[in-house]
Design a protein around this ligand. Structure first.
Ligand code: NAX
Length: 327
């Protein structure tokens, strides 16, 4: 369309954003005919860095990029935005407990939810990347009552993409040969990468790989891949996380018949997951909406145990931020 779309990226001075922003400006998200205005939000002490990122965006002379707004003010950042990439979060410091991280980041997402509610386009689509992504998403959604609940999602697409490639490498196939793979639950090491319904070139994955490989190599590798990247790169995943964020949003907006993994608000009627958790489910996407793929069988010992573990973790995360969910 003629009107540019506004896209906010938070934590815009950080490393994931550094890979996301240039792809947003190049059309990797909304395609080659959609002009964009980027809003870059970070903390006040990162203003110089934001100026640097803005300068580099300018230096690309992207034909689709109309403007780059840099700010540390949430009202400015979220003003009239159509899409929000919530990447900014406080990293876990030395000696910090997971509970402390939940609380500190929880507070950030209270303000973010309010700022989205007060300033963003009424059909703004939101992806939360900053950790703990699922629970941060729950908090932001809670404070944005005027925006449809289903517009708030958290990212499990990186975990999904990791699982796709591990299976492709093992079976000597291409990722596009693989259908019906899903990662369930929380974006954390309790996630459940599930290939029991998956096919590779039309053949059942569970007949191509043995269950020992699934249990002792595939599952832990996908669950712990973030740590593996840190060990190798001495930095946490950035380009792959940014790529997954683009994949998630592009497929949500454009539609895709492929099974994808998206974390969103559980209605309490789907796969036995308690109401009100931001949980990763298998979906397809169409006309700007995602739809759960129903009827997958979770009724085996391994699935029941894994689903319970990731559900219990999300319940305990919610409990740790309960005080923020009353208003
Ligand atoms: P960086 O530390 O490079 O960047 C984070 C940026 O956020 C910093 O510039 C910081 O100043 C900013 N920030 C902090 N609090 C803010 C606030 N209140 N408002 C605005 N900006 C704020 O981290 P990076 O490597 O980019 O990772 C960002 C987040 O993504 C982390 O929470 C990380 O754990 C999470 N990840 C999530 C993944 C997922 O699959 N969901 C995978 C990758 C990544 O680990």
């Amino acid at each position: 369309s003629d009107k540019p779309k506004r896209i906010v990226v938070t934590g815009a001075a950080g490393q994931i954003s550094y890979s996301v922003l240039f792809r947003l400006a190049s059309g990797a998200f909304l395609g080659p005919n959609q002009r964009v205005i980027l809003h870059l939000l970070d903390l006040p002490n990162m203003e110089e860095v934001l100026k640097g990122v803005q300068a580099e965006l300018h230096d690309c002379a992207f034909p689709l990029l109309d403007d780059v707004v840099i700010t540390s003010n949430q009202a400015v950042a979220f003003k009239d935005v159509d899409y929000a990439y919530l990447v900014g979060a406080k990293p876990r410091g030395p000696g910090m407990e997971r509970g402390d991280l939940l609380k500190d980041n929880g507070k950030i997402f209270v303000d973010t939810g309010k700022a989205i509610n007060d300033n963003a386009s009424r059909d703004c689509k939101v992806i939360v990347v900053g950790n703990p992504a699922n629970t941060n998403c729950l908090i932001a959604q809670h404070y944005a009552k005027d925006i449809p609940r289903e517009n708030f999602t958290a990212m499990t697409r990186l975990d999904h993409n990791r699982a796709l490639t591990q299976l492709a490498l093992k079976t000597g196939s291409r990722v596009t040969d693989i259908k019906n793979l899903v990662v369930w639950g929380n974006h954390s090491p309790t996630m459940y990468p599930d290939i029991r319904n998956t096919t590779v070139n039309g053949k059942k994955a569970t007949e191509l790989v043995d269950s020992n490989w699934i249990e002792t190599e595939f599952t832990p590798r996908v669950q712990q891949r973030g740590a593996e990247i840190i060990k190798l790169r001495k930095l946490s995943s950035a380009a792959s996380a940014g790529n997954a964020a683009i994949d998630h949003m592009r497929d949500w907006v454009n539609g895709s018949d492929e099974m994808q993994s998206i974390s969103f608000y559980s209605d309490g009627k789907t796969y036995g997951v308690p109401e009100g958790l931001i949980f990763s489910f298998p979906v397809t996407t169409k006309n700007g909406k995602y739809e759960v793929i129903k009827g997958l069988n979770l009724d085996d010992e391994v699935s029941r145990t894994r689903i319970k573990k990731t559900t219990d973790e999300l319940l305990s995360e919610r409990q740790a931020v309960e005080h923020l969910l009353k208003m």
